[in-house]
Design a protein around this ligand. Structure first.
Ligand code: ADQ
Length: 486
């Protein structure tokens, strides 16, 4: 077929599936996240493959997992290729290097890093395993798109295998400034590994700037050109492109759900359950970067300073457990629970409990009903690559109600700064006042702000993001856009 775009092969730590046992039989369902939704049309058009770890299910053997994944080929637009890790590899590469070093360091949590030398050996080993899986499932006409901090060395290993592949990378988390990055014991190798990709995408211009500054430290002869969202790094005869491409959500999907009568009815029911009190809503993976204990303290301070709010507002916090085998995460859960019981012990009256905590994953219709019912979306990460919750909150407010309080350290702040109330999550008093302002904001102001927010989220949705990334990765020019922030 002439001019057929190259086949797309995606590599991410996890495959976009959930495996589970039902009546002693292994089953699989496809994930429904924004990334899969955005990439499905592209993969359908181009044909493609997705490479990653399938996850484990007690009692299921690797051969069974391979078989069930091969069976999904019939009804899926793309092929799923599993990478199986040993328990030891999972522990050292995933829990260790990825989530006890790179994740905390790149989010400026240096004190939580555990720089164990064994971790990096495992990181190299697993990245090589991904590269060799890619080598046997791709040819030189394919475009390989590698995702995120667990796989920063894949292109380097492909090069070591003398395989010529067009390879692009997107970092979903922040890239730190040089003073933080330099703390990484494997700093030069990771920078050089990243420079083996043809295109590297980040969420914001701030990340591009940080990355380019780090490159200059390790590659003194690199020639760097940067303008607006884009840049190039020339290393001898080779050129690497970089760009700021903020990920979006499937706006129309959230908007449509929020207009559905059943979802509206459920939102009304939630409001009613809280007896017409104002509702503040927070949704996060339970992670120390999300600023959950600090957010609770700011809410407590708001109640202390504005006693007229007592019995008139409820804070609903939804948390989905995550990385439970990493020590810091288990400790965080205890801390959050202690904070909540302390606030509830201090302020609860009659039938009013100020903080309601839900620890589970919520189906999307129910999540949108909660977004819609919430007068305030409270999103205060201490640092976040983008933060999709803030965008989902806006997309779900088709009725133009609701106010977003957003951390200035979320990548999303670059796009949503004009409509949200921006806060510094470390400034308790400031967050407490922002919550209060959001609660008492006049209707007209809320509607005006929500219109601005929805316009920004609609305009740069996840389909725009995926298309723009693929254009940039193919070396095509993309118009600058003014929203990616510096
Ligand atoms: P995450 O750190 O996982 O993503 P985020 O962008 O907020 O953070 O996305 C979380 C997603 O999980 C949202 O779609 C949200 O709706 C969903 N979710 C959270 N809790 C849930 C629950 N209890 N029930 C159901 N759904 C729940 C990483 C980076 C981010 C970056 C994304 C995408 O850390 O900065 O925005 O990747 O690039």
């Amino acid at each position: 077929m002439p001019n057929r775009p190259s086949r797309l092969v995606i590599a991410s730590h996890r495959l976009p599936i959930v495996l589970f046992m039902e009546d002693g039989e292994l089953k699989v369902i496809h994930g429904a996240g924004g990334l899969v939704t955005a990439l499905k049309p592209v993969l359908t058009l181009r044909g493609g493959k997705w490479i990653g770890c399938p996850g484990t299910v007690p009692g299921a053997r690797a051969e069974e997992v391979d078989r069930i994944l091969a069976e999904t080929r019939q009804e899926s637009p793309f092929e799923l290729i599993p990478v199986h890790l040993t328990e030891e590899q999972h522990r050292l590469y995933y829990e260790g290097a990825s989530n006890s070093v790179i994740w905390p360091l790149f989010h400026d949590f240096l004190s939580l890093c555990d720089f164990d030398g064994r971790y990096f050996k495992a990181y190299e080993e697993v990245n090589r395993l991904f590269a060799s899986t890619l080598a046997s499932h791709t040819d030189e006409k394919d475009l390989i798109w590698v995702h995120d901090y667990q796989l920063m060395e894949v292109a380097l290993h492909l090069k070591d295998m003398r395989l010529h592949r067009r390879c692009a990378f997107f970092l979903h988390i922040p890239f730190p400034s040089p003073d933080i990055y330099l703390k990484l014991p494997w700093r030069d190798r990771i920078i050089r590994a990243l420079l083996e990709f043809h295109f590297i995408g980040f969420h914001t211009v701030r990340e591009v700037r940080n990355f380019v500054q780090c490159v200059k430290i390790f590659e003194k002869d690199a020639l760097v050109r940067r303008r607006g969202n884009w840049g190039t790094i020339t290393l001898g005869s080779r050129m690497v492109s970089v760009g700021a491409l903020p990920i979006g959500i499937d706006f129309r999907h959230f908007d449509r759900l929020s207009r559905h009568p059943a979802v509206r009815a459920r939102a009304a029911e939630i409001k009613n359950n809280h007896r017409g009190r104002k509702i503040i809503f927070g949704v996060d993976r339970l992670d120390y970067t999300k600023g959950i204990p600090e957010r609770l303290t700011a809410f407590e301070l708001m109640l202390e300073r504005h006693p007229e709010m007592l019995k008139n507002v409820t804070f609903l916090q939804l948390l989905v457990p995550s990385r439970e085998t990493v020590r810091e995460y288990a400790e965080l859960r205890d801390r959050v629970e202690r904070r909540i019981s302390s606030i509830n012990g201090r302020f609860s009256q009659d039938d009013w409990v100020p903080v309601i905590f839900m620890s589970r994953s919520m189906p999307q219709e129910e999540l949108v009903a909660h977004y819609l019912a919430a007068d305030v979306g409270l999103v205060t990460p201490r640092k976040d690559g983008m933060n999709l919750v803030s965008k989902e909150y806006c997309a779900a407010h088709s009725d133009l109600s609701g106010t977003l309080v957003l951390s200035e350290f979320a990548g999303a702040a670059c796009q949503l700064q004009r409509g949200a109330i921006l806060v510094n999550p470390n400034d308790r008093e400031g967050v407490a006042e922002a919550i209060y302002q959001a609660l008492v904001m006049p209707e007209g102001d809320k509607r005006r702000r929500m219109k601005i927010l929805r316009h920004a989220v609609r305009r740069h949705d996840v389909f725009w993001w995926a298309d723009s990334f693929l254009l940039a990765a193919s070396g095509k020019h993309i118009k600058d856009f003014p929203t990616a922030g510096d």
